[in-house]
Design a protein around this ligand. Structure first.
Ligand code: PA5
Length: 469
Protein backbone atom coordinates (compact mmCIF):
# COMPACT_ATOMS: atom_id res chain seq x y z
CA UNK A 1 0.00 0.00 0.00
CA UNK A 2 1.22 3.50 -0.69
CA UNK A 3 2.16 5.82 2.16
CA UNK A 4 -0.41 8.49 2.97
CA UNK A 5 -0.74 11.15 5.64
CA UNK A 6 -2.86 11.24 8.79
CA UNK A 7 -5.21 14.21 9.05
CA UNK A 8 -6.69 15.92 12.12
CA UNK A 9 -10.26 17.17 11.74
CA UNK A 10 -11.06 19.63 14.55
CA UNK A 11 -13.96 21.49 12.95
CA UNK A 12 -16.24 20.36 15.76
CA UNK A 13 -13.91 21.08 18.69
CA UNK A 14 -15.92 23.78 20.40
CA UNK A 15 -19.27 24.45 22.03
CA UNK A 16 -22.00 23.68 19.51
CA UNK A 17 -23.88 26.80 18.44
CA UNK A 18 -21.54 29.04 20.46
CA UNK A 19 -17.86 29.12 19.71
CA UNK A 20 -15.01 27.11 18.28
CA UNK A 21 -12.04 26.40 20.55
CA UNK A 22 -9.86 28.76 18.49
CA UNK A 23 -12.15 31.62 19.62
CA UNK A 24 -11.50 30.89 23.29
CA UNK A 25 -9.42 33.69 24.87
CA UNK A 26 -6.87 31.15 26.14
CA UNK A 27 -6.22 29.64 22.70
CA UNK A 28 -3.82 32.25 21.28
CA UNK A 29 -1.72 32.37 24.38
CA UNK A 30 -1.49 28.57 24.61
CA UNK A 31 -0.58 28.40 20.91
CA UNK A 32 2.40 30.70 21.46
CA UNK A 33 3.32 28.75 24.55
CA UNK A 34 3.25 25.38 22.79
CA UNK A 35 5.80 26.49 20.19
CA UNK A 36 8.22 27.48 22.95
CA UNK A 37 7.58 24.25 24.83
CA UNK A 38 8.27 22.28 21.68
CA UNK A 39 11.63 24.04 21.34
CA UNK A 40 12.44 23.03 24.92
CA UNK A 41 11.33 19.47 24.28
CA UNK A 42 13.54 19.22 21.24
CA UNK A 43 16.52 20.76 23.00
CA UNK A 44 15.90 18.66 26.14
CA UNK A 45 16.31 21.79 28.24
CA UNK A 46 13.84 21.81 31.08
CA UNK A 47 13.69 20.15 34.48
CA UNK A 48 10.17 18.96 33.59
CA UNK A 49 11.69 16.67 30.96
CA UNK A 50 13.76 14.64 33.40
CA UNK A 51 13.26 11.42 35.30
CA UNK A 52 15.91 11.65 38.00
CA UNK A 53 18.89 12.97 35.98
CA UNK A 54 17.95 11.66 32.56
CA UNK A 55 16.23 13.82 29.91
CA UNK A 56 13.41 11.51 28.77
CA UNK A 57 13.04 12.57 25.16
CA UNK A 58 14.74 9.67 23.36
CA UNK A 59 11.35 8.69 21.83
CA UNK A 60 11.54 12.04 19.95
CA UNK A 61 15.23 12.59 19.32
CA UNK A 62 16.45 9.00 18.81
CA UNK A 63 13.80 6.30 18.22
CA UNK A 64 12.43 7.65 14.88
CA UNK A 65 16.00 8.01 13.58
CA UNK A 66 17.27 4.54 14.49
CA UNK A 67 19.74 3.12 11.96
CA UNK A 68 18.70 0.53 9.39
CA UNK A 69 21.45 -1.76 10.67
CA UNK A 70 19.86 -1.78 14.16
CA UNK A 71 16.47 -2.59 12.63
CA UNK A 72 18.08 -5.35 10.56
CA UNK A 73 19.60 -6.88 13.70
CA UNK A 74 16.21 -6.90 15.46
CA UNK A 75 14.48 -8.27 12.40
CA UNK A 76 17.05 -11.04 11.96
CA UNK A 77 16.69 -12.30 15.56
CA UNK A 78 12.90 -12.07 15.23
CA UNK A 79 12.89 -13.92 11.90
CA UNK A 80 15.01 -16.78 13.29
CA UNK A 81 12.73 -17.17 16.29
CA UNK A 82 9.46 -16.84 14.35
CA UNK A 83 10.64 -19.53 11.92
CA UNK A 84 11.02 -22.10 14.73
CA UNK A 85 7.83 -21.53 16.71
CA UNK A 86 4.05 -21.94 16.58
CA UNK A 87 3.26 -19.61 19.47
CA UNK A 88 4.89 -16.43 20.71
CA UNK A 89 4.39 -15.12 24.23
CA UNK A 90 4.96 -11.41 24.78
CA UNK A 91 5.35 -10.70 28.50
CA UNK A 92 5.05 -7.18 29.91
CA UNK A 93 2.70 -4.60 31.37
CA UNK A 94 1.87 -0.91 30.76
CA UNK A 95 4.30 0.58 28.24
CA UNK A 96 6.00 -2.80 27.92
CA UNK A 97 2.80 -4.29 26.52
CA UNK A 98 0.09 -1.97 25.19
CA UNK A 99 1.84 -0.53 22.13
CA UNK A 100 2.69 -4.03 20.92
CA UNK A 101 -0.87 -5.30 21.07
CA UNK A 102 -2.18 -2.05 19.62
CA UNK A 103 0.11 -2.30 16.58
CA UNK A 104 -0.40 -6.01 15.94
CA UNK A 105 -4.18 -5.67 16.25
CA UNK A 106 -4.24 -2.72 13.85
CA UNK A 107 -1.82 -4.07 11.24
CA UNK A 108 -2.42 -7.84 11.34
CA UNK A 109 -5.96 -7.94 12.76
CA UNK A 110 -7.06 -8.38 16.39
CA UNK A 111 -5.04 -11.23 17.83
CA UNK A 112 -7.87 -13.14 19.51
CA UNK A 113 -9.41 -13.65 16.06
CA UNK A 114 -6.23 -13.82 13.98
CA UNK A 115 -4.89 -16.54 16.32
CA UNK A 116 -7.77 -18.73 15.21
CA UNK A 117 -6.77 -18.59 11.52
CA UNK A 118 -4.58 -21.34 10.03
CA UNK A 119 -0.83 -20.56 9.93
CA UNK A 120 -0.81 -20.22 6.09
CA UNK A 121 -3.21 -17.31 6.45
CA UNK A 122 -1.51 -15.72 9.47
CA UNK A 123 2.03 -16.14 8.06
CA UNK A 124 3.39 -15.61 11.59
CA UNK A 125 3.16 -17.33 15.00
CA UNK A 126 0.07 -17.05 17.16
CA UNK A 127 0.57 -14.23 19.67
CA UNK A 128 -0.36 -14.30 23.36
CA UNK A 129 0.18 -11.63 25.97
CA UNK A 130 1.00 -12.48 29.57
CA UNK A 131 2.06 -10.34 32.50
CA UNK A 132 -0.51 -7.57 32.03
CA UNK A 133 -2.55 -9.03 34.86
CA UNK A 134 -2.16 -11.51 37.72
CA UNK A 135 -5.27 -13.48 36.96
CA UNK A 136 -4.59 -17.22 37.37
CA UNK A 137 -7.59 -18.20 35.22
CA UNK A 138 -6.37 -16.13 32.25
CA UNK A 139 -2.78 -17.30 32.66
CA UNK A 140 -3.62 -20.99 33.02
CA UNK A 141 -5.88 -20.84 29.96
CA UNK A 142 -3.06 -19.39 27.84
CA UNK A 143 -0.62 -21.99 29.18
CA UNK A 144 -3.15 -24.72 28.38
CA UNK A 145 -3.53 -23.45 24.78
CA UNK A 146 0.22 -23.31 24.11
CA UNK A 147 1.14 -26.56 25.88
CA UNK A 148 2.88 -28.98 23.51
CA UNK A 149 3.46 -26.30 20.86
CA UNK A 150 6.77 -24.87 19.75
CA UNK A 151 7.02 -21.77 21.95
CA UNK A 152 9.13 -18.63 21.97
CA UNK A 153 8.92 -15.71 24.38
CA UNK A 154 10.00 -12.15 24.89
CA UNK A 155 10.03 -10.71 28.39
CA UNK A 156 10.01 -6.92 28.50
CA UNK A 157 10.61 -4.80 31.55
CA UNK A 158 12.61 -1.59 31.66
CA UNK A 159 13.06 -1.75 35.43
CA UNK A 160 13.43 -5.51 35.33
CA UNK A 161 11.59 -5.80 38.64
CA UNK A 162 7.89 -5.32 37.89
CA UNK A 163 6.06 -8.14 39.64
CA UNK A 164 3.26 -8.91 37.14
CA UNK A 165 5.57 -9.75 34.21
CA UNK A 166 8.07 -11.38 36.60
CA UNK A 167 5.40 -13.87 37.70
CA UNK A 168 4.23 -14.48 34.11
CA UNK A 169 7.83 -15.02 33.04
CA UNK A 170 8.47 -17.47 35.88
CA UNK A 171 5.50 -19.64 34.83
CA UNK A 172 6.32 -19.45 31.11
CA UNK A 173 9.95 -20.34 31.71
CA UNK A 174 8.84 -23.26 33.86
CA UNK A 175 6.59 -24.53 31.07
CA UNK A 176 9.41 -24.23 28.54
CA UNK A 177 11.89 -25.98 30.83
CA UNK A 178 9.54 -28.96 30.98
CA UNK A 179 9.66 -29.30 27.17
CA UNK A 180 13.15 -28.17 26.17
CA UNK A 181 16.72 -28.54 27.42
CA UNK A 182 18.48 -25.47 28.90
CA UNK A 183 20.18 -24.55 25.60
CA UNK A 184 16.93 -24.57 23.66
CA UNK A 185 15.13 -22.58 26.36
CA UNK A 186 17.88 -19.96 26.16
CA UNK A 187 17.54 -19.83 22.36
CA UNK A 188 13.81 -19.31 22.59
CA UNK A 189 13.74 -16.46 25.13
CA UNK A 190 14.65 -12.85 24.42
CA UNK A 191 14.76 -10.19 27.14
CA UNK A 192 14.23 -6.47 26.53
CA UNK A 193 15.44 -4.51 29.52
CA UNK A 194 17.94 -2.01 30.91
CA UNK A 195 21.49 -2.22 29.54
CA UNK A 196 23.00 -2.96 32.95
CA UNK A 197 20.59 -2.72 35.91
CA UNK A 198 17.74 -4.81 37.26
CA UNK A 199 16.84 -8.38 38.13
CA UNK A 200 15.84 -9.27 34.56
CA UNK A 201 19.17 -8.19 33.10
CA UNK A 202 21.00 -10.26 35.74
CA UNK A 203 18.86 -13.32 35.00
CA UNK A 204 19.21 -12.91 31.21
CA UNK A 205 23.00 -12.76 31.52
CA UNK A 206 23.11 -15.81 33.79
CA UNK A 207 20.84 -17.86 31.53
CA UNK A 208 22.37 -16.67 28.25
CA UNK A 209 19.23 -15.05 26.76
CA UNK A 210 19.70 -12.64 23.91
CA UNK A 211 18.85 -9.12 25.09
CA UNK A 212 17.80 -5.86 23.51
CA UNK A 213 18.22 -2.62 25.41
CA UNK A 214 15.51 -0.20 26.54
CA UNK A 215 17.30 3.16 26.23
CA UNK A 216 17.69 5.14 29.47
CA UNK A 217 16.02 8.16 27.89
CA UNK A 218 12.80 6.41 26.83
CA UNK A 219 10.02 5.82 29.38
CA UNK A 220 7.65 2.84 29.22
CA UNK A 221 4.62 4.51 27.62
CA UNK A 222 6.84 6.24 25.05
CA UNK A 223 8.67 3.03 24.10
CA UNK A 224 6.65 1.42 21.30
CA UNK A 225 9.07 2.72 18.64
CA UNK A 226 12.20 1.41 20.41
CA UNK A 227 13.23 -2.27 20.92
CA UNK A 228 10.41 -2.64 23.49
CA UNK A 229 7.93 -2.59 20.62
CA UNK A 230 10.13 -3.45 17.67
CA UNK A 231 11.23 -6.98 18.55
CA UNK A 232 7.75 -8.38 19.27
CA UNK A 233 6.32 -6.55 16.25
CA UNK A 234 8.96 -8.09 14.00
CA UNK A 235 8.16 -11.59 15.33
CA UNK A 236 4.49 -10.91 14.59
CA UNK A 237 5.37 -10.05 10.99
CA UNK A 238 4.89 -6.28 11.21
CA UNK A 239 7.21 -4.37 8.85
CA UNK A 240 9.28 -2.45 11.42
CA UNK A 241 11.09 -0.39 8.80
CA UNK A 242 7.79 0.97 7.53
CA UNK A 243 6.71 1.49 11.13
CA UNK A 244 9.79 3.59 11.91
CA UNK A 245 9.49 5.42 8.58
CA UNK A 246 5.99 6.52 9.65
CA UNK A 247 7.26 7.68 13.06
CA UNK A 248 10.10 9.61 11.39
CA UNK A 249 7.76 11.30 8.93
CA UNK A 250 5.44 12.43 11.75
CA UNK A 251 8.37 13.62 13.86
CA UNK A 252 9.63 15.72 10.96
CA UNK A 253 6.16 17.18 10.48
CA UNK A 254 5.96 18.13 14.16
CA UNK A 255 9.35 19.83 13.93
CA UNK A 256 8.75 21.64 10.64
CA UNK A 257 5.10 22.67 10.54
CA UNK A 258 3.84 25.95 11.95
CA UNK A 259 1.39 25.41 14.78
CA UNK A 260 -1.65 26.14 12.53
CA UNK A 261 -0.71 23.07 10.47
CA UNK A 262 0.82 21.06 13.28
CA UNK A 263 -1.25 18.04 14.36
CA UNK A 264 0.58 17.47 17.66
CA UNK A 265 0.72 21.14 18.69
CA UNK A 266 -2.92 21.80 17.84
CA UNK A 267 -4.11 18.70 19.61
CA UNK A 268 -2.06 19.64 22.70
CA UNK A 269 -3.39 23.20 22.76
CA UNK A 270 -7.01 22.10 22.30
CA UNK A 271 -6.77 19.52 25.07
CA UNK A 272 -5.19 22.11 27.37
CA UNK A 273 -7.81 24.79 26.66
CA UNK A 274 -10.61 22.24 27.02
CA UNK A 275 -9.28 21.05 30.40
CA UNK A 276 -8.34 24.41 31.92
CA UNK A 277 -10.92 26.73 30.38
CA UNK A 278 -13.91 24.69 29.20
CA UNK A 279 -14.54 22.40 32.19
CA UNK A 280 -13.51 19.21 30.38
CA UNK A 281 -12.16 16.38 32.59
CA UNK A 282 -12.63 13.37 30.34
CA UNK A 283 -11.48 12.71 26.81
CA UNK A 284 -13.08 9.71 25.16
CA UNK A 285 -10.83 7.83 22.72
CA UNK A 286 -13.45 6.42 20.39
CA UNK A 287 -13.46 4.14 17.39
CA UNK A 288 -15.80 1.97 15.40
CA UNK A 289 -12.87 -0.13 14.16
CA UNK A 290 -12.53 -3.39 16.09
CA UNK A 291 -8.80 -3.60 15.32
CA UNK A 292 -8.21 -0.17 16.91
CA UNK A 293 -9.70 -0.98 20.30
CA UNK A 294 -6.28 -1.66 21.80
CA UNK A 295 -4.97 1.58 20.28
CA UNK A 296 -7.55 3.42 22.37
CA UNK A 297 -6.19 1.47 25.36
CA UNK A 298 -2.66 2.58 24.48
CA UNK A 299 -3.98 6.17 24.48
CA UNK A 300 -5.71 5.54 27.78
CA UNK A 301 -2.29 4.72 29.24
CA UNK A 302 -0.22 7.41 27.54
CA UNK A 303 -2.37 10.40 28.51
CA UNK A 304 -3.36 9.80 32.13
CA UNK A 305 0.01 8.37 33.22
CA UNK A 306 1.75 11.38 31.66
CA UNK A 307 -0.59 14.22 32.66
CA UNK A 308 -2.44 12.98 35.74
CA UNK A 309 -0.49 14.79 38.45
CA UNK A 310 -1.04 17.45 41.10
CA UNK A 311 -4.83 17.32 40.80
CA UNK A 312 -4.83 17.77 37.00
CA UNK A 313 -5.03 15.82 33.76
CA UNK A 314 -7.59 14.62 31.28
CA UNK A 315 -8.83 11.10 31.90
CA UNK A 316 -8.79 9.24 28.57
CA UNK A 317 -11.55 6.63 28.33
CA UNK A 318 -11.66 4.09 25.46
CA UNK A 319 -14.99 3.82 23.64
CA UNK A 320 -15.78 1.10 21.15
CA UNK A 321 -18.63 1.91 18.80
CA UNK A 322 -21.28 1.23 18.08
CA UNK A 323 -21.39 -1.14 21.08
CA UNK A 324 -20.96 1.66 23.62
CA UNK A 325 -23.50 3.83 21.81
CA UNK A 326 -26.10 1.47 23.27
CA UNK A 327 -24.73 1.88 26.78
CA UNK A 328 -22.77 4.88 28.05
CA UNK A 329 -23.80 6.69 24.86
CA UNK A 330 -26.69 7.95 27.00
CA UNK A 331 -24.36 9.70 29.45
CA UNK A 332 -22.14 11.01 26.68
CA UNK A 333 -25.16 12.57 24.99
CA UNK A 334 -26.95 13.98 28.02
CA UNK A 335 -24.89 13.52 31.20
CA UNK A 336 -22.52 15.97 32.89
CA UNK A 337 -20.93 18.21 30.25
CA UNK A 338 -17.29 17.57 31.17
CA UNK A 339 -16.47 15.32 28.21
CA UNK A 340 -14.54 15.84 24.97
CA UNK A 341 -14.07 13.14 22.37
CA UNK A 342 -11.30 12.03 20.03
CA UNK A 343 -12.35 9.73 17.18
CA UNK A 344 -10.05 7.33 15.36
CA UNK A 345 -11.45 7.06 11.83
CA UNK A 346 -10.08 4.94 8.97
CA UNK A 347 -10.60 5.96 5.36
CA UNK A 348 -9.82 2.68 3.60
CA UNK A 349 -10.45 -0.56 5.48
CA UNK A 350 -8.36 -3.57 4.45
CA UNK A 351 -11.53 -5.54 3.71
CA UNK A 352 -15.20 -4.80 3.30
CA UNK A 353 -18.37 -6.88 3.44
CA UNK A 354 -21.23 -6.26 1.02
CA UNK A 355 -24.66 -5.93 2.59
CA UNK A 356 -27.24 -8.13 0.85
CA UNK A 357 -30.20 -6.23 2.22
CA UNK A 358 -33.08 -7.12 -0.14
CA UNK A 359 -36.17 -8.17 1.81
CA UNK A 360 -34.64 -7.23 5.17
CA UNK A 361 -35.06 -4.13 7.39
CA UNK A 362 -31.85 -2.73 5.85
CA UNK A 363 -33.04 -2.92 2.25
CA UNK A 364 -31.96 0.71 1.78
CA UNK A 365 -28.35 -0.40 2.33
CA UNK A 366 -28.51 -3.19 -0.23
CA UNK A 367 -25.28 -3.37 -2.23
CA UNK A 368 -23.41 -1.00 0.07
CA UNK A 369 -20.30 -2.05 2.02
CA UNK A 370 -20.36 -2.43 5.81
CA UNK A 371 -17.60 0.18 5.99
CA UNK A 372 -20.04 2.71 4.57
CA UNK A 373 -22.63 1.91 7.25
CA UNK A 374 -20.01 1.84 10.02
CA UNK A 375 -18.57 5.20 9.00
CA UNK A 376 -22.04 6.74 8.69
CA UNK A 377 -22.99 5.55 12.18
CA UNK A 378 -19.76 6.65 13.85
CA UNK A 379 -19.94 10.03 12.09
CA UNK A 380 -23.56 10.20 13.22
CA UNK A 381 -22.45 9.61 16.81
CA UNK A 382 -19.77 12.26 16.44
CA UNK A 383 -22.31 14.81 15.18
CA UNK A 384 -24.92 13.93 17.80
CA UNK A 385 -22.35 14.18 20.60
CA UNK A 386 -21.11 17.52 19.31
CA UNK A 387 -24.65 18.85 19.13
CA UNK A 388 -25.20 17.54 22.68
CA UNK A 389 -22.29 19.61 24.02
CA UNK A 390 -19.24 17.36 23.50
CA UNK A 391 -16.34 19.00 21.62
CA UNK A 392 -14.97 16.41 19.17
CA UNK A 393 -11.92 16.00 16.99
CA UNK A 394 -10.82 13.10 14.77
CA UNK A 395 -7.59 11.53 13.69
CA UNK A 396 -8.28 10.39 10.14
CA UNK A 397 -6.07 7.42 9.36
CA UNK A 398 -5.74 6.69 5.63
CA UNK A 399 -5.48 2.91 6.22
CA UNK A 400 -4.27 0.45 8.84
CA UNK A 401 -0.64 -0.39 8.16
CA UNK A 402 2.72 -0.19 9.90
CA UNK A 403 3.56 3.22 8.44
CA UNK A 404 0.28 4.77 9.61
CA UNK A 405 0.62 3.34 13.12
CA UNK A 406 4.18 4.68 13.42
CA UNK A 407 2.89 8.11 12.39
CA UNK A 408 -0.03 7.97 14.79
CA UNK A 409 2.13 7.09 17.80
CA UNK A 410 4.64 9.82 17.05
CA UNK A 411 1.94 12.49 16.72
CA UNK A 412 0.18 11.34 19.86
CA UNK A 413 3.35 11.07 21.98
CA UNK A 414 4.25 14.64 20.96
CA UNK A 415 0.70 15.84 21.63
CA UNK A 416 0.57 14.30 25.11
CA UNK A 417 4.07 15.43 26.07
CA UNK A 418 3.18 18.98 24.99
CA UNK A 419 -0.22 19.07 26.67
CA UNK A 420 1.39 17.77 29.88
CA UNK A 421 3.97 20.54 29.68
CA UNK A 422 1.26 23.15 29.01
CA UNK A 423 -0.34 22.01 32.27
CA UNK A 424 3.01 22.51 33.99
CA UNK A 425 3.43 18.77 34.62
CA UNK A 426 6.43 16.54 34.01
CA UNK A 427 4.96 14.03 31.52
CA UNK A 428 7.85 11.60 31.94
CA UNK A 429 7.51 10.54 35.56
CA UNK A 430 4.86 8.39 37.25
CA UNK A 431 5.22 8.75 41.03
CA UNK A 432 1.60 7.64 41.48
CA UNK A 433 2.29 4.31 39.78
CA UNK A 434 5.34 3.87 41.99
CA UNK A 435 3.13 4.51 45.02
CA UNK A 436 0.82 1.67 43.98
CA UNK A 437 3.78 -0.63 43.37
CA UNK A 438 5.13 0.08 46.89
CA UNK A 439 1.83 -0.65 48.63
CA UNK A 440 1.14 -3.77 46.55
CA UNK A 441 4.68 -5.06 47.16
CA UNK A 442 4.16 -4.62 50.90
CA UNK A 443 0.85 -6.48 50.76
CA UNK A 444 2.42 -9.39 48.92
CA UNK A 445 5.19 -9.61 51.55
CA UNK A 446 8.16 -8.57 49.38
CA UNK A 447 11.39 -8.58 51.43
CA UNK A 448 12.52 -5.03 52.27
CA UNK A 449 8.97 -3.71 52.70
CA UNK A 450 8.67 -4.55 56.43
CA UNK A 451 8.07 -0.91 57.48
CA UNK A 452 5.33 -0.49 54.90
CA UNK A 453 3.79 -3.78 56.04
CA UNK A 454 3.67 -2.55 59.65
CA UNK A 455 2.14 0.79 58.58
CA UNK A 456 -0.43 -1.09 56.51
CA UNK A 457 -1.40 -3.29 59.49
CA UNK A 458 -1.76 -0.22 61.67
CA UNK A 459 -3.95 1.60 59.12
CA UNK A 460 -6.10 -1.52 58.69
CA UNK A 461 -6.50 -1.78 62.48
CA UNK A 462 -8.16 1.66 62.45
CA UNK A 463 -10.91 0.58 60.05
CA UNK A 464 -14.28 -0.09 61.64
CA UNK A 465 -15.40 -3.71 61.26
CA UNK A 466 -19.05 -2.57 61.57
CA UNK A 467 -18.72 -1.56 57.93
CA UNK A 468 -18.46 -5.11 56.70
CA UNK A 469 -21.92 -6.62 56.51
O1 PA5 B 1 4.93 4.08 31.29
C1 PA5 B 1 5.45 3.51 32.23
O2 PA5 B 1 6.53 3.89 32.73
C2 PA5 B 1 4.82 2.30 32.87
O3 PA5 B 1 3.54 2.05 32.37
C3 PA5 B 1 5.70 1.06 32.64
O4 PA5 B 1 5.81 0.79 31.26
C4 PA5 B 1 5.13 -0.15 33.39
O5 PA5 B 1 4.97 0.15 34.75
C5 PA5 B 1 6.06 -1.37 33.23
O6 PA5 B 1 7.33 -1.05 33.74
P1 PA5 B 1 8.57 -1.95 33.42
O7 PA5 B 1 8.84 -1.93 31.95
O8 PA5 B 1 9.68 -1.35 34.20
O9 PA5 B 1 8.26 -3.36 33.88
Amino acid sequence: MSRQKIKLDYRRFGIFGRRHVTENDAFQNASQQVVKLHDLLLAGKDSLLKDKDVVMTGWKTDSPFVSISKLDAIQETARKLAFQIDDFISIGIGGSYLGIQSTIDAVKGSIELTNMLPKEKRKSPRIFFLGHNMDPAYTSRVLEIIKGKEIGAVVISKSGGTVEPAIAFAVTKNLMEKSYDAKKVAERIVAVTDKAKGALKKLADEMGYQTFVVPDNVGGRFSVTCPVGLFALAVAGVDIKEFIAGAKFAEEQVRENRYEKNIAMLRAVMRFVAHKHMGIDIELASTGIYDLRSTTMWMNQLGPESEGKNGEGLFIVPQYYTREAHADGQLIQQGKRNIAELFLMVEKPGVDVTIFGKGTPVEYLDGKGMHFANTAFVEGLRDAHYEGGVPTMSYILPQLDAYTMGMLYQYEMNAIALSGLLLGQNPFIQPGVQQYKNVANARSGKPGTEDAQAAMKQAEGKLNSRFII
